[in-house]
Design a protein around this ligand. Structure first.
Ligand SMILES: [Zn+2]
Length: 235
């Protein structure tokens, strides 16, 4: 965690104390996300607050982060907050440079108000729905699906338990990549939603034997493995 991020947490803790006047401090989880545009979300669940901030806000000045913390916590608990917070936040976000970054994010990331599940080539929402029907009896709950900001070939997919999010590497959002490979990578991450990690001798086991056996249920498992090898060996 960087100094900036822990300061950000302190702003949310301060906002929580002042807005709710409660003393039972929840755990606060904050992440920056590549939302399309200047959008942020906040949730309260089991004594924890989960915040996702538009990555456009990452480099905002600390007092703007603080203002945003008050705005979001006020919204979460349905409490009025002083107009100075809105003013400060608006002053920053109405700046032409910030507006431009926001417009660019909307263009590049496709949709408004939704994170970027629609890629140039593949739509993660559609693939998720199809796989959920085919392999999970449509029983997996909805998660946030998003393409990664960077084209990583080292990490093709990641399931974030804390934020209920699956991130797929943007390197796969490419016409040269077969759809079955994107499906397979997404299927693997969906299996992480089904198989919670087990703790054995103090170590977390993510890919248990049951996980691997489920993974082999993928219809075109061999083809997917071959495509995976081809992709990761390509320079
Ligand atoms: Zn895995």
């Amino acid at each position: 965690m960087t100094a900036g991020e822990s300061l950000l947490k302190l702003h949310f803790a301060e906002a929580f104390r002042q807005v709710t006047r409660r003393t039972d401090m929840p755990e606060i989880h904050i992440a920056f996300y590549p939302f399309a545009g200047l959008n942020h979300t906040i949730r309260y669940r089991r004594q924890s607050i989960y915040v996702r901030l538009s990555d456009i806000m990452r480099d905002a000045p600390s007092q703007v982060h603080r203002a945003l913390a008050f705005i979001l916590v006020g919204k979460l608990f349905n409490k009025r907050i002083g107009p100075e917070y809105q003013n400060l936040y608006r002053q920053y976000t109405y700046h032409p440079d910030v507006q431009r970054a926001s417009d660019l994010a909307k263009q590049q990331r496709g949709r408004k108000f939704v994170s970027s599940s629609a890629g140039r080539q593949f739509n993660l929402d559609q693939l998720f729905a199809r796989l959920n029907r085919r392999y999970f009896n449509s029983e997996l709950p909805a998660v946030t699906l998003t393409w990664s900001a960077r084209k990583s070939k080292r990490i093709l997919g990641h399931h974030d338990y804390v934020h209920d999010t699956i991130v797929i590497s943007r390197s796969l959002d490419n016409p040269d990549v077969p759809e079955l490979l994107v499906e397979f990578v997404l299927y693997h991450e969906m299996l992480h939603m089904k198989h919670n990690p087990k703790v054995v001798n103090g170590r977390r086991i993510y890919h248990s034997a049951a996980f691997r056996s489920d993974e082999r249920r993928f219809d075109q498992y061999e083809e997917a493995q071959a495509a995976l090898e081809k992709l990761t060996s390509r320079k």
